[in-house]
Write a new protein. Structure first.
Length: 177
């Protein structure tokens, strides 16, 4: 029996992109995770992990944060430990936001952007943002807890035209496909 049959226990979300061309402002993309309680799975998030932070209980951690896309491999990495998440939480929505400090940027403006979701060595999804190329932010994954306490992965890509702060209030409103 695979670990996916037992539910997702620990996932990694990794994001990479090319640095901006020489002389242009840096491209800064961020992984964002919003955590919702069972009694308000579509309400306001109980808490949000983003911009070099971690959850209050240490179960969701942004372990690598880049503001430029420079480096080899994945520039930002977030770890989500569902097997340690308190039973009060029933839904986690993960997204990517482009910082807009240097003017409006959309995913098609960012070279070779790619996001990958894995559990251990098993790839759950990989997206290049081509389906949301005109968006400034995108939900890229959702996780939900079932009645037995198992976490399920939902592969979704939904684009939004919002600044990063507004995106946080929007990202959990829709349901997984």
């Amino acid at each position: 029996m695979s670990s996916l049959n037992k539910g997702v226990r620990k996932a990694e979300v990794a994001l990479k992109w090319d640095p901006s061309p020489l002389g242009e402002p840096d491209h800064d993309l961020d992984i964002v995770a919003a955590v919702y309680t069972g009694d308000a799975p579509r309400g306001a998030p109980a808490y949000v992990v983003h911009f070099d932070s971690r959850s209050p209980d240490g179960t969701i951690t942004l372990t690598r944060d880049s503001r430029t896309g420079q480096g080899f491999g994945f520039d930002e990495v977030m770890t989500l430990e569902f097997d340690r998440l308190a039973p009060v939480y029933a839904r986690v929505v993960v997204g990517v936001a482009i910082q807009q400090s240097a003017g409006r940027r959309v995913f098609e403006d960012i070279g070779n952007a790619l996001v990958r979701v894995r559990e251990g060595h098993t790839e759950l999804s990989e997206h290049d943002f081509s389906g949301v190329s005109d968006a400034t932010c995108a939900v890229i994954a959702e996780f939900s807890r079932d009645d037995e306490g198992r976490w399920a992965f939902h592969d979704v890509v939904r684009g939004y035209d919002a600044d990063p702060q507004s995106f946080i209030s929007l990202m959990g409103l829709d349901s997984p496909r």
